[in-house]
Each structure stands twice: as structure tokens, then as C-alpha cells.
Design a protein around this ligand. Structure first.
Ligand code: MN
Length: 261
């Protein structure tokens, strides 16, 4: 299965979703940006925040779709549910030509890609045969976001990407750095890097003295490898990473086949 590139953006039917929920600022921003590219923009996003939901699918209870406006829907499920219901349900008569996820409040670099509901929504679209791009606005502090950077760089990244195209087993993961647009150094195409995982575990006591745990945000590994998403974003570049979802390790596969021969 190959995607149809190049895409004529003005005529493209675009689906927008996210993992921060239907009311998130980043979603509203992405819808506005999508509308600056095309008149045919659809929104289907989770009722509640689903950050860290990864690619979970709701199968043990029914899903409800709430229509908020023309081409704008909320689903009481995960990002994956939203994209599946939109592509195969709401939009089945004419499927989207392109899918955008985000803009997530917080970067999705390195291992974040595995946990991220933002990336999962783009992955679901890709699995359903719709080319997809995930967008995240990184923030070093958390809580404060340079949305103007996503605003300034999103359209030019999209135009370049859809002109060039990418294979149907791949999604594109875009991260915007934590700085104003005029201080952005450029756009780097990167590989998935590493972040520090699980080193920010907070243990506290509840009012009855029992311990509870909170998983804190991941920290950036400052000495990370060159050419990675983490390095590029920390240094002030917009990062564009092609993510391939065949998780097979080809190198180990060959060795292991010999071992079991
Ligand atoms: Mn999120």
C-alpha cells in the first residue's frame, strides 16, 4: 500500500486529533493551521486528556460520539478510538487524505514516542492508510509553551513534507523547540533519541499515611547523540523524524535465525 503523494493541500480532506483532549489549546491551534491549508478540515478528539495513553483501544465498553459542530466531534475514548471512529465511521464516505495530531503540550522525543497518545493517533491513521503527522510543542519548564513557534513552523514543514511524501509504513513526528520563532535555528531531520525514563518518581503519603506514587515528566538527556530529535530540539531546531512502526530488529533477526537453525 502506497500513499498518494504529492497531496494538493487546498483540496485535501484533513482529519485533526490529539491526546490532550477536545478543549486543548494545541488542538484549536492545529485546527486553525489546518484550515489555513485546506477548507475541508474535520476534528475528532478525546473528551478527556489522554496523554500517555499510547495506542490503547477501547473494546470493553461502547464509545459515544458527541457532535459539537459541523465536522467537529468528541469521543469518550482514546486517541486511537477517535481516529478509528473518524476514518472508518464518521468519514467513511470520503476518507481523509491527511491526518494531523496535536499540537501536543510538551515534546514527544526519544522514548516518548512509545508512550505518546499524540504519536499513537498518527500511527492509527497510518495503519488505516492515511498519511499522518504528529506535532508537539516542547517545553523545558512545563506549563509555559511557545505556541507561536508551532504556528510559524507548522505550515512550512507540512508543505515540504507533502511535496516530498513518505512511505505508507511510516509516520512523521515533528517537535518544535522551546523558544520564540525568531530564535529557532532551522529544521533538522532526525532519528529517535533517548531521554531519561522513570527517574522522576515521586513518593508521598496520603491523608491516611499510606504511600502513593506520581510518575513525573521525563528529563532531557543533555549529552544525547548528534542527529537525534532530543539533541535537535534542545539546541533550538525544529525536529522532523520519520517513525517506522515495524518494531522488528532486522539485525538480531538474522542472528537469531542462525541460533535456531
Ligand atoms: Mn498530551
Amino acid at each position: 500500500m502506497a500513499f498518494n503523494f504529492p497531496i494538493d493541500l487546498r483540496r485535501a480532506r484533513i482529519l485533526v486529533s490529539n491526546d490532550d483532549g477536545i478543549e486543548a489549546h494545541g488542538l484549536k491551534l492545529l485546527v486553525k493551521l489546518a484550515r489555513s491549508l485546506s477548507d475541508d478540515v474535520w476534528v475528532c478528539a478525546p473528551e478527556q486528556e489522554q496523554s500517555g495513553a499510547s495506542h490503547s483501544l477501547t473494546i470493553h465498553r461502547p464509545l459515544r460520539i458527541r457532535k459539537l459542530d459541523t465536522r467537529r466531534y468528541a469521543v469518550d475514548g482514546t486517541p486511537t478510538d477517535c481516529v478509528l471512529l473518524a476514518v472508518n465511521g464518521l468519514m467513511h464516505e470520503r476518507r481523509p487524505d491527511l491526518m494531523f495530531s496535536g499540537v501536543n503540550a510538551g515534546g514527544n522525543m526519544g522514548e516518548d514516542v512509545i508512550y505518546s497518545g499524540t504519536v499513537a493517533a498518527a500511527l492509527e491513521a497510518t495503519l488505516l492508510g492515511v498519511p499522518a503527522i504528529a506535532f508537539s510543542q516542547h517545553s523545558d519548564e512545563g506549563g509555559k509553551f511557545w505556541w507561536p513557534t508551532a504556528t510559524a513552523y507548522m505550515p512550512r514543514v507540512v508543505r515540504r513534507l507533502v511535496r516530498h511524501g513518505w512511505p505508507s509504513n511510516t509516520l512523521i513526528n515533528v517537535n518544535f523547540p522551546d523558544r520564540p520563532p525568531r530564535k529557532v535555528k532551522g529544521i533538522h531531520v532526525t532519528s529517535q533519541g533517548r531521554r531519561k525514563i522513570g527517574d522522576n518518581l515521586v513518593e508521598r503519603r496520603d491523608p491516611r499515611g499510606r504511600p502513593y506514587y506520581w510518575i513525573g515528566p521525563m528529563r532531557d538527556e543533555q549529552r544525547t547523540r548528534r542527529g537525534t530529535d532530543v539533541k535537535a530540539v534542545v539546541e533550538g531546531y525544529v525536529s522532523v523524524t520519520p517513525v517506522f512502526f515495524d518494531l522488528t530488529s532486522r539485525r538480531v533477526l538474522a542472528r537469531l535465525r542462525k541460533a535456531f537453525h
